[in-house]
Write a protein that binds this ligand. Structure first.
Ligand code: UD1
Length: 356
């Protein structure tokens, strides 16, 4: 069986690590990895390949940044001849980025079965580019591999039942393996002198927030306030907010740093008092690591994190962010949604089914 996998943005490298490892140990399954180049900085891309042992991509499309139309179109134009030449039995995509949707559309139009890992998630907010990408990808996919019962139900509500399977979240597989190897170290915390001090991890990168200067200022005011109240803040700044961050000064106690590798991000998060974020992946990672999350959005597709009390949606109101972060508490029940760490094995089984 021959498989083309399309990745391009940071969270997809993490997901591909789990599945590529499962594929790598299986006779008769050949994976051709295509990197779209949506993310291209060393610390947004290369570091994940080396740290997580992901095989080098056979093709790198080098599309880089751009508007949604240009980026999606560039990926499709460059990918189509590759898929035509490789003639895979199936094409695998992860998540909800422009790379995901572009890959799915190219394969569907060439009548190649699309396997979507992380299918069925919905924020029900169509202003998010990710929501459009999810809906389109799911509706052209042959095999829809869901992380939760809710995702399966979301697909059913849209009339999609064929090819749907509940497999859990491959990100949990990667997290378990990484934490087992990480031991008790926390290099970033040590470097920043955080041992024994309370701190929160803060990230923001979503266009819906970063393109709104008023909302950004409300959030950053909250971050400054928290630091003044004695909660240090570690802020690995995504390239999307680089210019914004450079033009502003922060309160003492806010540590603005470069984006972190995967293991460093997890070990830092594990010891934090709270996470404040607009990321999707980090909401789950915080809960799995036993750290409560304050999400600076009005919706989330990871609703199970809310139901269990590990996460709260606060939007971008300064007072709400400060209050919820200061009183963030660890729920009594450990977080156990999204499978048991065997999702990548189940994905592999479904891939073999689809490819016949
Ligand atoms: C993308 C995904 C988002 C995902 C996120 C993870 C879409 C629509 N969005 O958002 O769902 O949560 O990746 O990070 O696909 N940039 C660099 N270097 C890089 C990457 C980006 O400088 O390596 C800068 C560029 O200025 C670029 C901006 O960041 O214009 C945004 O990058 P882009 O890939 O378009 O979207 P993300 O915000 O990363």
């Amino acid at each position: 069986m021959r498989l083309v996998t399309v990745v391009g943005a940071r969270p997809q490298f993490v997901k591909a690590a789990a599945v590529s490892a499962a594929i790598g140990g299986t006779d008769g399954v050949e994976e051709v990895l295509v990197h779209t180049g949506q993310h291209y900085d060393v610390n947004m891309s290369d570091v994940f390949f080396s740290e997580l042992g992901i095989p080098a991509p056979k093709f790198h499309l080098g599309v880089g940044s751009g508007g949604h139309g240009a980026q999606t179109g560039d990926i499709m134009g460059a990918l189509e001849p590759i898929v035509e030449a490789e003639r895979p039995d199936a094409l695998l995509v992860y998540g909800d980025t422009n790379s995901t949707m572009a890959g799915a559309l190219v394969a569907a139009k060439l009548h190649i079965p699309v396997v979507h890992v992380e299918a069925g998630l919905r924020s029900f907010d169509r202003r998010m580019p990710e929501e459009i990408n999810r809906v389109v990808t799911d509706h052209v996919s042959t095999s829809l591999l869901c992380p939760s019962e809710r995702a399966v139900a979301n697909l059913k509500a849209e009339g999609i039942v064929d090819g749907v399977a509940l497999v859990g979240d491959v990100m949990f597989d990667v997290l378990l393996a990484t934490m087992a190897a990480a031991g008790d170290v926390d290099p970033v915390g040590e470097r920043l002198g955080l041992a024994g001090r309370p701190y929160a991890v803060f990230t923001m990168h979503r266009a819906g927030l970063t393109d709104d200067p008023v909302a950004v200022e409300r959030v950053l005011t909250a971050i400054d306030r928290l630091a003044r109240d004695g909660l240090e803040i570690v802020f690995p700044a995504h390239p999307r907010v680089r210019a914004l961050v450079a033009s502003r000064s922060f309160a003492h106690g806010v540590h603005v740093i470069e984006p972190l590798g995967y293991r460093d991000m997890l070990t830092l998060t594990r010891r934090a008092t709270a996470v404040v974020t607009d990321s999707g992946g980090l909401q789950k990672e915080a809960a799995w690591l036993g750290t409560p999350c304050v999400t600076i959005r009005d919706t989330t597709e990871w609703v199970e994190t809310l139901d269990t009390g590990w996460n709260v949606l606060v939007g971008t109101d300064t007072e709400a962010i400060v209050a919820h972060t200061l009183r963030a508490a660890i729920p009594t029940e450990p977080f156990s949604a999204y499978g048991s760490g065997t999702a990548s094995e189940l994905v592999l089984r479904e891939l073999i089914n689809v490819a016949g």
